[in-house]
Design a protein. Structure first.
Length: 154
């Protein structure tokens, strides 16, 4: 049981690195034509960028399918990927981009730093010149900015 929990936690943490690498070198690289939709303002509910959830969803599904008969390590890897996907939806789509209007403001330093870092990432509308490519890991300089600002982020 402890080994399975460790696999889930390790996979979840590893997914932050995978997300960072994929975002920086693939989405801002040869798949920019799909990711570009996420960097331009629009008034429709979905973006071409939303198609990327299919890749991770199919990957998690395959781990579940091939690991579920014996409940082996593959099942728990699929669980870690799925938990990261759920976290991505909650943090990125709901909290940061407010696709569903449930989180209004936060005075939490970590959440403010996360939001500031993501806004810095979106300062450029092109594929080059962006920074902060991860979802949950926030560089220290954004914590300093989050602590300085007393007002809540909107």
């Amino acid at each position: 049981m402890l080994a399975n929990i460790c696999i889930v936690v390790f996979t979840f943490l590893l997914m932050e690195g995978v997300a960072w690498f994929t975002h920086k070198y693939i989405l801002h690289g040869f798949l920019w034509f799909l990711h570009r939709s996420h960097h331009v303002r629009h008034n429709h509910a979905f973006e071409r960028n939303d198609l990327f959830f299919l890749y991770y969803g199919v990957l998690a599904m395959l781990f579940f399918i091939y690991g579920s008969e014996n409940m082996d390590y593959r099942f728990w890897i699929g669980t870690g990927i799925s938990l990261y996907g759920l976290t991505y939806f909650l943090v990125h789509d709901i909290f940061i981009h407010r696709r569903i209007k449930i989180f209004k403001n936060s005075s939490n330093t970590y959440l403010r730093a996360l939001n500031i870092g993501h806004k810095v990432h979106h300062k450029t509308s092109g594929r080059d010149g962006s920074e902060v490519f991860g979802m949950l890991w926030v560089p220290a300089k954004y914590f300093a900015l989050a602590r300085k600002k007393k007002t809540k982020i909107k």
